[in-house]
Design a protein around this ligand. Structure first.
Ligand code: AHR
Length: 328
């Protein structure tokens, strides 16, 4: 019995030392939105729960900070690097250095435009073009439900960070659908940098420049929530005078939908922690995960549910029914 206990203790110590010796480093963009905060927390919690060392760098939205962080990770000789790039371009040199250092790279959320030319061990991200399509499809169908399909409606768009695939993808998806929806006319489109404050400021300028705004499509919910403040300040009723559709689906957007101030949100999950840990365990076990970019399954939430939001006919869900399950 004593011998068994000693063996168990030694085993625990060996496993403990082995897991403590693994260092995972994450180069994150910053903390510009509710989504980003939830994403950072999810990854941190999942990694720390495994007992692995975790090194984190917040780049404060600056590409040069991310380049520095990646080079630091290389000189610290970390075991794995997790990386989300603030913009798509400009990573050729530093990601080549990561590859040369033979540190397995896991791409998260936003993809670099050179991903076909680099080595990476796994990739998880949103399908941004599809999310943009969904925003526009939901809006088109909602307008039809309101019996306003024959009315010319003016649309304004709050774009995400210029040069980020989350912004270009969503914009392309929106425009792909709107080009065949002549009653929804885009009259202004400008970046609000994925933040609440900039969403509010840009919406204020849209409202000053245009008397008639019927629809706001915001590349994320933080900008939509900021815009709601400007809409109220302009004496208009958000969600009624102006139809508001965002993307991400945090609890704050559900609250706004339930309060009738926002109309819909397309889901883009930030909860990558479990995916990352699963991928890391499989990589540690020597598995090759291939080069497929994995998109988590996503939905759409609005006040009543039942509105088609995909080209293949998926139906939206009622935010009030789902808010209790929301983890972010
Ligand atoms: O890249 C994902 C986007 O970045 C999220 O939609 C947004 O909220 C975040 O800041």
């Amino acid at each position: 019995m004593k011998r068994l206990l000693t063996l168990a203790l030694v085993l625990c110590m060996v496993v403990g030392v082995a897991s403590a010796e693994v260092t995972i480093a994450f180069s994150q963009i910053g903390q510009e939105s509710d989504w980003r905060t939830a994403n950072t927390d999810s990854v941190k919690k999942a990694i720390e729960a495994e007992g692995w060392n975790y090194v984190y760098d917040d780049a404060q939205q600056k590409q040069e900070n991310q380049v520095k962080a990646l080079r630091n990770f290389i000189s610290q000789n970390v075991d794995y690097i997790l990386f989300t790039g603030v913009v798509s371009t400009g990573w050729d040199e530093v990601l080549k250095e990561v590859n040369e250092a033979e540190i397995p790279l896991i791409l998260l959320d936003r993809m670099p435009d050179n991903m076909d030319d680099i080595e990476y061990a796994a990739a998880f991200g949103g399908d941004f073009v599809e999310e943009g399509r969904r925003m526009a499809i939901w809006t088109k169908n909602y307008v039809e439900k309101l019996g306003r399909s024959d009315e010319e409606l003016n649309v304004v768009i709050l774009e995400g960070t210029t040069g980020a695939d989350a912004a270009t993808g969503r914009q392309n998806g929106i425009m792909e659908i709107l080009k065949d929806t002549p009653n929804l006319k885009v009259i202004a489109s400008q970046t609000g940098n994925f933040t609440r404050a900039e969403g509010q400021a840009v919406m204020e300028s849209f409202l000053k420049a245009h008397d008639k705004i019927d629809v706001l499509l915001a590349h994320n919910d933080d900008m939509a929530l900021g815009a709601i403040e400007s809409i109220k300040a302009a004496g208009k009723v958000p969600g009624k005078d102006i139809i508001i559709v965002g993307c991400d689906s945090p609890k704050t957007a559900f609250d706004a939908i339930i309060a009738g101030e926002m109309n819909a949100t397309i889901e883009c999950t930030p909860l990558y922690g479990p995916f990352v840990v699963d991928a890391l365990k499989r990589l540690m076990a020597g598995e090759d995960l291939g080069r497929e970019l994995i998109h988590p399954e996503e939905s759409c939430f609005d006040a009543e549910g039942g509105i088609v939001f995909t080209l293949d006919g998926k139906l939206s869900e009622k935010a009030a029914d789902k808010i209790g399950e929301r983890q972010y």
